[in-house]
Structure formats: structure tokens, C-alpha cells
Design a protein around this ligand. Structure first.
Ligand SMILES: [Zn+2]
Length: 130
């Protein structure tokens, strides 16, 4: 962690769980009932959901560093490519480059496919019972 000191400072100043030395435990966290994970001696990247959601967003710069180092993958990846829907032309962010339709049209397509399948099934059945 490049900026572990920044994290520690933020925890000390802003984390509701951080109580300093308590019950003889230094850097006591009342949420974990143990020392705050960010004050551990090792160099790893500990996780604390409370900190990530409730404290880290206070410091945008630190949050960016933290997320990029952790490489959280999905949520904080660079912006998804903007694509225009092939059906209605609306711009939307594609999750993959195979995605051609916006969510609305995709749902519609799926519905139409289902309808078609149902119709075919009914046709077949009618033929069977004829
Ligand atoms: Zn569309």
C-alpha cells in the first residue's frame, strides 16, 4: 500500500469505529472488536467494508489511489465504452463489445423472441392436435 499513512490518518480522523487505545488494545476498532486492519504491521492490503463505504469517500484522492491499488476490477474500472444502440440509436455504456442494443431494446428483443417461440410452439401444438 503506497499511501497507508494517508489511510491511517483518515481512519484516525474520520472513522467512527476507531477508538484509539481501548481495553489495552492499540488502534482499537469497535466495529471489529480488534485492532483496526489498516494498522496491522504487514504490507498487505487489508479490507474494511465500513471504511471503504463510509470513510474513504471523504478523501477522493485517497479513494482513487486505494481503489487503483486494490484493482477492484469491475466497479472502478475506467469508464465503459459508449455505444449507440443499433435499434433505437440511444447511447449507452456497453458491458462488452458484443453488446449492440441498449437495455430497453435488449429487453424488448428478448420478449419478442419469447413471443415468437410461444407462437411457434402453439402452432406446433395445433398441428399435433389437428
Ligand atoms: Zn435501443
Amino acid at each position: 500500500m503506497q499511501n497507508k499513512n494517508g489511510i491511517k490518518r483518515l481512519v484516525k480522523n474520520s472513522c467512527a469505529g476507531y477508538l484509539g487505545t481501548k481495553h489495552g488494545i492499540p488502534n482499537y476498532c469497535c466495529l471489529q472488536d480488534s485492532p483496526c486492519v489498516f494498522f496491522a504491521q504487514d504490507d498487505g492490503l487489508p479490507r474494511c467494508i465500513y471504511f471503504e463505504n463510509g470513510v474513504l469517500p471523504i478523501d477522493e484522492k485517497l479513494e482513487r489511489e486505494y481503489k487503483s491499488e486494490r484493482d477492484t476490477g469491475t466497479e472502478f474500472k475506467t469508464a465503459q465504452p459508449r455505444v449507440n444502440c443499433q435499434k433505437c440509436g440511444a447511447a449507452f455504456s456497453a458491458h462488452s463489445n458484443r453488446q449492440k442494443y441498449c437495455e430497453k431494446c435488449r429487453d424488448k428483443n428478448a420478449n419478442e423472441k419469447t413471443k415468437l417461440r410461444m407462437r411457434q410452439m402453439r402452432k406446433k401444438q395445433a398441428w399435433c392436435y389437428a
